[in-house]
Design a protein around this ligand. Structure first.
Ligand SMILES: Cc1cc2nc3c(=O)[nH]c(=O)nc-3n(C[C@H](O)[C@H](O)[C@H](O)COP(=O)(O)O)c2cc1C
Length: 262
């Protein structure tokens, strides 16, 4: 198969999914220049995108509660393929990815894409940073590079996009129910009102006039405002953080390896 253009598409509030998607897409693209489509920012009127059968899409989303984040799902629904091969990527914080990769595959098939390969990559947990700390690490990066090489080979030997065999992706249908986390972000007096959090919130949950006010019904607890605040003024409560860390201890402590499906 001759691929004319490779586009990395990602939803990545705290940047690790972007990093993983770029790593893999750039290595598949090799000497070609990859294009990028960032679905993270809130844009008032998001255009539709359509990819053709000679292109390759590399799509990355983080795992939230074993699922594709609803915001990412909504935004992917504006992206169409015409039997376009796609590489699916989920990133997760060393707990589990559960139904997320299967769900991502289902969403993109519905949008006209043909899954060619898939990966579930472990990252530092962006709520409980003590888990998956420093991931993806050197071992993960080596494996992601080998995966990109294998994808290139696979596509080279695929006569036409119609010939891609079904991938064997773990997960269940119906997908597990997504339970929102009871997280509340507080703002300390260190906030100088610079407005980065207002501009970068993926769902415009922070008041345009007062960054100390967050609409908790709109907030998706993605941790982006906490990660981006230059004054470190936005925080999760210490007790909540400790409780989450404790709750995740049993399921997050052992190292999980990235998984690659071809
Ligand atoms: C709301 C929320 C739910 C999460 N749920 C899971 C999960 O079910 N399993 C897991 O291993 N990590 C989970 N994580 C960790 C993220 O999947 C991980 O940190 C991800 O790489 C973040 O991607 P980003 O940096 O692109 O935003 C969750 C994080 C958030 C913010």
């Amino acid at each position: 198969m001759n691929i004319s253009q490779i586009t990395g598409i990602f939803f990545s509030p705290t940047g690790t999914t972007k990093q993983v998607t770029e790593w893999i897409a750039e290595r598949i693209a090799a000497d070609k220049e990859a294009g990028w489509l960032d679905l993270t920012d809130a844009i008032s009127s998001r255009p539709d995108y359509t990819f053709n059968e000679h292109e390759l899409a590399v799509v990355g989303v983080p795992v939230y509660g074993g699922r594709v984040p609803e915001t990412a799902r909504e935004r992917l629904k504006k992206i169409y393929g015409k039997r376009t091969p796609v590489v699916l990527i989920v990133t997760y914080g060393n707990r589990a990815y559960e139904d997320a990769l299967l769900e991502l595959s289902d969403i993109l098939k519905e949008q006209g894409f043909l899954p060619a390969a898939a990966a579930a990559v472990v990252t530092e947990h962006n709520i409980a940073h003590v888990y998956g700390t420093g991931r993806p690490d050197e071992k993960d990066k080596k494996e992601m590079t080998a995966f990109a090489e294998a994808v290139k080979e696979k596509l080279k030997h695929t006569a036409g996009s119609t010939k891609l065999p079904e991938l064997s992706i773990k997960g269940n249908r119906p997908y597990r129910l997504y339970a929102t986390l009871p997280l509340k972000i507080s703002v300390t007096s260190a906030c100088e009102g610079c407005g980065i959090c207002i501009r970068k919130c993926p769902v415009q949950a922070i008041s345009r006039t007062d960054p100390k006010v967050t609409d908790e019904t709109a907030c998706i607890t993605c941790m982006r405002c906490i990660a981006l605040c230059p004054k470190h003024a936005r925080k999760l409560g210490t007790l909540v953080t400790l409780a989450i860390r404790q709750k995740l201890k049993r399921v997050c402590t052992d190292r999980k390896d990235a998984e690659f499906i071809l």
